[in-house]
Design a binder for this molecule. Structure first.
Ligand SMILES: Nc1ncnc2c1ncn2[C@@H]1O[C@H](COP(=O)(O)OP(=O)(O)O)[C@@H](O)[C@H]1O
Ligand SMILES: [Mg+2]
Length: 353
């Protein structure tokens, strides 16, 4: 009988544990980021003694380990102490004030009627929790540029005036995000800043090695391959590097090989540009902007108008998407001067290999 559910890979000779290569996997061990991890921990530490923590804004390009480092520390913190409530929120997934409050409530594990409560009512409950349990909240706002209303930050900064309720870690690929925040919020939250630098080829190789040792069969890869993958990554992103290792491993496995060859890497590198975009982790909004620019350059006003037909976002929000695409080097802009004072920008797709 044909076993339709038989997994052709059950005797896999390459991938031993695939989840270790997936983007959301949180490693047991991080390398190359000791300094950053210690700095973040030092910022949080005062919160353990119910003292004002140092709010922190972490920026750096995609794949430099920002999310991983913070999630790693949250895990360590939860194992060590229950005197803080850490709440991790991805703002792409939870962009509104209400969604973020609901995330906090979820972590509080208190039975609250979530439906029908307005945002400020939920916030009151959160403050009640902090007061009753004497537990400050460490709020991590990952992909902070996606937050739809700055109001949230304002409310949080105000709440700390009455009692110590929140420590905040904001994370974004967009370096200039902080300088765009309202002055009131900035002066009240007093973020310190830290940049995650792009990884060098050597650093990427060592990250790849650690991952490969855990996820792959020992004889299925070698140093040359890892170095080659590290070299193929243009922007120092560990995400791209690990994803390439994973895809190359799958490629080799599908061809029933027992070792990943350089050719497997080349096969996936020559794959479609859609694959490249996927690696850059674009939001639907960012992809939509790229779509719009495919047919040619657009001025800011035209771009805003076309974008707003599909998505209901503020102008500033649209600016964030544009900035993010510029940082990822997918689009570029030129200032054009028309008349004496009026300046406008023209956007176009950047030429990519
Ligand atoms: N120092 C590191 N050690 C091990 N793995 C890392 C390290 N830095 C990044 N990674 C891995 O690279 C990928 C991307 O990291 P991530 O934290 O998501 O980057 P960012 O949030 O800066 O875009 C993840 O799979 C993560 O596990
Ligand atoms: Mg991230």
């Amino acid at each position: 009988m044909v076993g339709y559910f038989d997994d052709g890979n059950s005797g896999s000779s390459i991938i031993r544990d695939e989840k270790i290569l997936l983007p959301d996997y949180l490693p047991d061990e991080l390398i190359q980021r000791d300094h950053e991890l210690q700095y973040i921990a030092d910022c949080i530490k005062p919160l353990l003694g119910k003292r004002m923590p140092q709010n922190l804004f972490i920026h750096g390009s995609s794949g430099t380990g920002k999310t991983t480092c913070v999630r790693y520390l949250i895990r360590q913190l939860s194992e060590q102490s229950s005197s803080i409530l850490p709440v991790y929120v991805n703002c792409w997934e939870n962009p509104t004030q209400l969604a973020i409050y609901n995330k906090i409530v979820e972590e509080m594990r208190l039975p609250l009627p979530r439906r029908g409560l307005a945002a400020d009512e939920i916030f009151d409950k959160i403050m009640q929790f902090v007061k009753n349990y004497k537990k400050p909240i460490l709020l991590v706002l990952d992909e902070m540029d996606a937050i739809r209303h700055e109001e949230l930050l304002y409310v949080i900064s105000r709440s700390n005036e009455k009692m110590l309720a929140f420590g905040i870690i904001g994370i974004s690929n967009n370096k200039s995000l902080l300088s765009k925040l309202d002055q009131r919020i900035r002066s009240s939250l007093r973020f310190s800043e830290m940049e995650f630098q792009a990884y060098s080829e050597e650093q990427l190789s060592s990250i790849l090695r650690l991952r490969a040792e855990r996820a792959l069969e020992p004889a299925s890869f070698d140093e040359k391959l890892l170095l080659k993958i590290a070299r193929s990554v243009e922007d120092g992103s560990a995400r791209v590097a690990i994803e390439r290792l994973w895809k190359a491993a799958k490629n080799a496995e599908h061809a029933s090989k027992s070792k990943i060859m350089i050719q497997d890497l080349e096969d996936i590198l020559s794959d479609t540009s859609a694959f490249k975009k996927q690696e850059l982790n674009l939001s639907p909004e960012e992809s939509f902007i790229l779509e719009l620019l495919k047919s040619g350059e657009l001025g800011s006003t035209e771009l805003y108008t076309l974008f707003s037909k599909k998505y209901d976002k503020s102008k500033r929000q649209i600016r964030y998407y544009i900035d993010s695409l510029e940082q990822k080097k997918l689009i570029e802009s030129n200032v054009v001067e028309s008349g004496s004072t009026f300046k406008s920008r023209i956007f176009k797709l950047m030429d990519r290999k």
